[in-house]
Design a protein around this ligand. Structure first.
Ligand SMILES: Nc1ncnc2c1ncn2[C@@H]1O[C@H](COP(=O)(O)OP(=O)(O)OP(=O)(O)O)[C@@H](O)[C@H]1O
Ligand SMILES: [Mg+2]
Length: 402
């Protein structure tokens, strides 16, 4: 089984590329599901599905071909199915603060709930081995990064906070009821969280397993888009996910000789070359700007032909190593590939058995093996796009910050 994520800046062509990949994979005989997290839901538009069929199957899996299915998550359906008591508690909480009921209900949809719902499906389908390929058509970069940070954040929350909260609620509830008007979460709230967590177990492993999951970044040969692609690439590496291809979309075809486009063509050439250089040895795939919008089966197939030629989209086009932990010369070395950043952007903290790596506003908790965490001396160095953290023993000084 394979999972392929298509990510990138808004409007670069993620949904088109995801759909084209799905069509190709299904035609090659793989049972393929394309899932979308994008609230705009352009996936069903691309496949030109009847409105009635969509309305009847809101949020559910719809078959579009013999071996091809699509699913566009619907947050209101998910609320009912997965979030019942959590949603109820939060909206009651907001309600007591004087918010109007409907507004409170809306606001109680917390950021991340949709993403967690998607993770639940991925895990369920993976456990049941329902599909050979699951394609994720991500929302624009920022949001898809939130999606990939969720498994580690949840693990951290369950490990560090959940038990504490639960114990607190148990003791505080009877007292607080008398003093405050604010409701505290009931047992059902905690049960729902525990149940959710149970169903999410293992999904983080699926996502960081390079045999299983690949990220393909869609980009355009333009300065600002490319910049964002580099940033996204670094964050995916930070979360230990393997990027196995860069799709450079919307390249003006060579036979466009019109002088009006000359500057466009020159710049595109420059940025296409730059993309290759930046991401080397990860392969880049080039796609032309089509004569018209990419709509319907036929043009999607042409798009797939341009990207993959004769290749199977399920192949792994590259296998990098974002992380490694080795023991050498009596010390442990944790190496992380973190390209495209400045040394000053990285902040490190070690708190008991966790290493917290901060890059900009993103934070990754790396749980260290116990014997590594026990070592008191920590030294970090950022060089040639690699962060190396050395752990050595004996010295019982304080862990230092880099
Ligand atoms: N190579 C191309 N040639 C012509 N049109 C293209 C090409 N790639 C994408 N398009 C068109 O550009 C528009 C945006 O593409 P698409 O919806 O795939 O982007 P997206 O990255 O998913 O956008 P969003 O971030 O809004 O989800 C669509 O109308 C699509 O048909
Ligand atoms: Mg899209």
């Amino acid at each position: 089984m394979r999972i392929i994520l298509f990510a990138g800046k808004g409007g670069v062509g993620k949904t088109s590329v995801a759909a084209a990949t799905g069509i190709r994979a299904a035609e090659m005989g793989h049972r393929t599901l394309i899932m979308s997290l994008d609230i705009a839901h352009s996936l069903s538009d691309i496949f030109d599905l009847e409105k009635e069929l969509l309305d009847q199957n809101k949020g559910r899996v719809i078959r579009v071909d013999k071996k091809l299915w699509i699913q566009e998550l619907d947050i209101s359906e998910e609320m009912e199915k997965n979030w019942g008591s959590i949603h109820k508690y939060i909206s009651t909480l907001l309600n007591t603060t004087g918010l109007d009921g409907i507004l409170a209900e809306e606001l109680a949809i917390l950021p991340g709930m949709e993403e967690v719902s998607l993770l639940l499906y991925i895990n369920e389908y993976a456990r049941k081995k329902k599909y050979d390929l699951m394609i994720l058509d991500c929302a624009p970069t920022g949001e898809s990064l939130r999606f990939i940070s969720i498994p580690t954040t949840l693990e951290w929350y369950m490990k560090k906070l959940f038990k504490l909260e639960k114990t607190l609620a148990k003791y505080v509830r009877p007292v607080a009821k008398r003093i405050y008007d604010v409701p505290l979460p009931g047992d059902d709230y905690f049960e729902t969280i525990e149940y959710l967590f149970e169903r999410l177990k293992g999904v983080d492993q699926l996502l960081v397993d390079p045999e299983m999951t690949s990220v393909r970044l869609v980009t355009n040969p333009e300065k600002i888009v490319l910049k964002e692609t580099q940033r996204a690439f670094m964050y995916f590496y930070l979360y230990k996910m393997n990027v196995d291809g860069i799709i450079v979309n919307r390249i003006l075809p060579e036979d466009i000789k019109d002088s009006y486009f000359e500057s466009w063509r020159n710049n595109q050439r420059k940025y296409t070359e730059q993309a290759e250089k930046y991401f080397n040895p990860i392969p880049t795939f080039h796609v032309n700007l089509f004569k018209e919008e990419i709509l319907g089966y036929k043009s999607l197939k042409r798009l797939a032909d341009q990207i993959y030629e004769k290749r199977n989209p399920l192949d792994r086009f590259f296998e990098g190593k974002p992380y490694s932990l080795v023991k050498e010369d009596g010390e442990y070395r944790l190496m992380m590939t973190l390209p495209f950043i400045e040394k000053e952007d990285v902040q490190l903290n070690k708190v008991s058995d966790e290493l917290i790596v901060r890059v900009g506003s993103f934070r990754r908790h790396v749980l260290l093996p116990r014997h590594v965490a026990a070592l008191k001396k920590v030294k970090a160095e950022y060089k040639d796009q690699h962060l190396t953290i050395r752990f050595t023993g004996e010295d019982h000084g304080k862990g230092e910050e880099a």
